[in-house]
Write a protein that binds this ligand. Structure first.
Ligand code: C2E
Ligand code: CA
Ligand code: CA
Length: 265
């Protein structure tokens, strides 16, 4: 582990060596078409990808997540610039750790990065977990307000994975709610649980929030979740996280299909 921690710090300090971004598409629950995606960080150590669940906490512990978070945002904006040329209303989300809220210059960095790549904030979404939203309210509100001013949306990630409360859910300053995949496991068990998810979706919609279901893996889950009224779906059933070039290819195919349909219609 200490070898790994050393290599991780070295790779960050040497210009993000062995790091890359992959993208997992999100589809419309109604049509199954790709609408957006989530940028996910990858790091390889001795030739193998290490789970972010291992190396992200290490980056947080080593206080490196702020500089890594900036790099992730830069890569996200860069990929987004290209994807929007194929799918004009495409959006790309990226994850923001709690510690990044203490990076006072983060939002001005985001602004200059968006200018560098000529990407409008309406194509970007910052994902934050509940723990992010519960702590440091002042820093959170500053971040949220700065994002709002840049037209960047906030998504509440992993809802339902901990002691989530519906009251808080509706109060958090987010316009998208991502339901954790642990809810899916419960949902397929009984009709009551499925009604429970439908109620969450209904409440979110009443408060003007969109809902994305994460972790849909099977046709059965997909059929059930589509009945619950979710707006977006992200899961292996549709797409696994893919290398950036594969994502560009997928978007360009969607672009040609839309053009062809346009010509026929
Ligand atoms: P997350 O933000 O909840 O990201 C979704 C995770 O669920 C991804 O795992 C994705 O591969 C996985 N997933 C998607 N669909 C399915 C499915 O159908 N079934 C199953 N079993 N899993 C699915 P990944 O890429 O391993 O990332 C794990 C976590 O690491 C992320 O969870 C996020 O919390 C964190 N992470 C990843 N990239 C970043 C980053 O750039 N910054 C920060 N701060 N955290 C990141
Ligand atoms: Ca996420
Ligand atoms: Ca999540």
């Amino acid at each position: 582990m200490s070898n790994m921690a050393l290599a991780l710090s070295r790779d960050v300090l040497q210009g993000m060596q062995h790091f890359r971004i992959v993208i997992q598409p999100m589809v419309s629950a109604e049509s199954g078409n790709v609408m957006g995606g989530e940028a996910l960080l990858r790091w390889s150590f001795e030739g193998n990808d290490i789970s972010p669940e291992i190396f992200i906490p290490m980056l947080e512990k080593e206080k490196l997540i702020q500089s890594v978070g900036r790099w992730v945002f830069d890569q996200t904006a860069c990929c987004c610039m290209r994807l929007v040329t194929y799918i004009p209303d495409f959006y790309l989300t990226s994850n923001v750790s709690l510690q990044q809220l203490s990076d006072r210059q983060f939002t001005s960095f985001m602004k200059s990065t968006m200018e560098k790549y000529h990407v409008d904030g309406s194509h970007l979404v910052a994902e934050m977990t509940e723990s992010c939203m519960d702590e440091q309210p002042e820093e959170l509100f500053q971040f949220v307000n700065d994002c709002k001013a840049m037209d960047i949306k906030i998504a509440l990630d992993d809802f339902g994975s901990g002691y989530s409360s519906l009251r808080m859910l509706l109060q958090y300053p987010s316009s998208v709610i991502k339901l954790d995949r642990s809810l899916l496991r419960e949902m397929t068990e009984s009709e009551d649980k499925m009604n429970f998810i439908s109620s969450i979706v209904y409440a979110c919609h009443r408060f003007g929030k969109q809902v994305c279901m994460e972790g849909v893996e099977t046709g059965v889950q997909n059929a059930l979740i589509r009945k619950c009224g979710c707006d977006m779906i992200q899961g292996y059933y549709y797409y696994r996280p893919m290398e950036i070039d594969d994502m560009y290819r997928l978007a360009s195919i969607r672009f040609s299909n839309v053009q062809q349909n346009g010509k026929q219609g």
